[in-house]
Design a protein around this ligand. Structure first.
Ligand code: PLP
Length: 461
């Protein structure tokens, strides 16, 4: 048969051979779980649409209703819902449903870009709290007290949003904050994209639903064995039936009208699997990670950071601080078939899940032990596309000449998909220096519109 021109498939088949050790999402790690076999072995046969008997997500009365009922029980929510467009759509829908043009929203600077996009789409007034960032590039969550003080100072805020855990697995307290928000009619939306697995182990932080947030959104695909894009929206008891209906109706407006049965089955399977085996498997994972730490403790170029005690940490998220540029270590790991989730300047972020085995950690430790920090490595420069689209109501100028100009697009660091500067911000010389440092560290940074960080779309003076 003639070789088909299918570069995506061919590229993935090639990458699959290289990426043998996956310390990145999705949480199934490319391994075929027994519980997935009925789905995976009948992938095409089970890729249904809404016909008699398969139900309809937006008017569920049959198998989806049953699945949602089990999901709601599992999440300890008032109502949980399948998202087949990832956590992104859950965040967009929640913010758009519960706020009106001109409302104030209190958010952490390191919020995911979907929060910034919702702010832009609903023309909200963002009040942004800056995160503390360590020299290594590690970002800390915002303290509960800082958020409470900001709420006291800025009366009339409609909603508070931040990620918990953050990309580094760190969680702030939200007990008092959720009580304050409920009492003062302020919605608390927790982006719990990275915390889907929390409720399956008492050694993990408590979930946002348990702690009284109004809304949380989980990316099942990040830390649980689920296909990419499989997320869930959780609505809590402190929302009225009308508020819940409004949010779900907005999901229906923003999400695909053909939610994939493969993704919804995947959410169903991941939930059932974690309910049955989660506790035991997470316990084994914790032991394997402790073993891994003991195997690398003598390395003088690598350490596990110590965090301020005011934060709780998800033990499943491995954060390693490097004395050498993290990009060099990432390149070295990739040469040895190990792929990780993300780097910042001197930080490696590894996503682990119940599917990582002791063998995986043994190999990772062995390869790290063989790393020669004194070898000169060439830093891989991050690549930019260069489209140079001509804007209608602004101008494109070089990054180097942009100090003092007002941005007309967001500047995004990806991963993790956080917004460094948003549209409307003034660019300073300090920003230009910082962006150049990120580029030199091999970190991907691009713009919303033109995608090329060397050129920025700015307002004409
Ligand atoms: C903190 C955070 N929130 C939200 C999202 C979006 O999640 P999804 O990819 O499920 O749409 C991400 C994705 O990386 C994330 O890191």
């Amino acid at each position: 048969m003639k070789k088909l021109q299918a570069p995506v498939l061919q590229g993935l088949l090639f990458k699959q051979k290289q990426a043998k050790y996956r310390f990145h999402m999705p949480g199934h790690k490319g391994k075929l779980l027994e519980i997935y076999k009925p789905l995976v072995e009948n992938l095409l046969a089970l890729d249904f649409t809404e016909i008699n008997g398969t139900d309809d997500l937006y008017n569920a009365t049959g198998i989806l209703k049953e699945g949602l009922k089990l999901l709601t029980k599992d999440r300890k929510s008032k109502n949980s819902f399948y998202l087949t467009n990832g956590t992104t759509v859950g965040i967009l829908a929640s913010i758009i449903a519960l706020t009106n043009n001109g409302d104030s929203i209190l958010m952490a600077k390191d919020c995911h870009k979907s929060v910034y996009n919702a702010v832009e789409l609903n023309k909200l007034n963002p009040i942004i709290i800056e995160n503390e960032i360590a020299g290594s590039g590690l970002v800390y969550p915002i303290n509960e007290n800082t958020i409470l003080k900001a709420l006291e100072k800025n009366q009339g805020i409609k909603m508070v949003v931040f990620s918990r855990p953050n990309y580094y697995g760190l969680c702030n307290d939200i007990d008092n904050l959720s009580k304050y928000c409920t009492k003062n009619n302020i919605y608390l939306l927790i982006d719990e994209a990275h915390g889907s697995h929390f409720s399956y182990s008492s050694k993990l932080p408590k979930s946002a639903m348990e702690l009284g947030a109004h809304i949380s959104v989980n990316s099942f695909h990040k830390t649980m064995p689920a296909f990419t894009q499989s997320s869930v929206l959780n609505l809590n008891e402190n929302l009225t039936d009308y508020e819940c209906a409004k949010i779900l109706n907005t999901v229906e407006k923003l999400q695909t009208s053909s939610p994939s049965y493969l993704l919804m089955s995947s959410i169903d399977i991941a939930r059932a699997y974690m309910e049955e085996f989660g506790e035991e498997k997470l316990k084994a994972l914790k032991e394997n990670i402790e073993y891994f730490y003991s195997e690398i403790e003598n390395l003088n170029w690598l350490k596990v950071p110590i965090y301020p005690t005011k934060y709780t940490k998800d033990y499943s998220r491995i954060i390693l601080e490097t004395k050498v540029p993290a990009i060099n270590v990432q390149n070295y790991l990739e040469k040895n078939n190990i792929y990780i989730e993300m780097i910042s300047k001197n930080i490696l972020v590894l996503i682990t899940s119940t599917e990582d085995t002791k063998e995986d950690f043994k190999y990772l430790a062995k390869i790290l032990n063989e790393f020669e920090p004194n070898n000169i490595n060439i830093i891989k420069k991050s690549e930019n596309t260069s489209s140079n689209i001509t804007p209608l109501d602004g101008e494109l100028i070089e990054l180097a000449n942009s100090s003092g100009k007002t941005l007309k697009e967001n500047i995004i660091i990806y991963p993790p998909g956080s917004v460094y500067l948003k549209s409307g911000d003034k660019i300073s010389q300090k920003d230009i220096t910082y962006i150049n440092t990120l580029l030199e560290s091999g970190i991907n940074i691009y713009t919303d519109f033109n995608k090329n960080i060397n050129f920025l779309y700015v307002a004409i003076d």
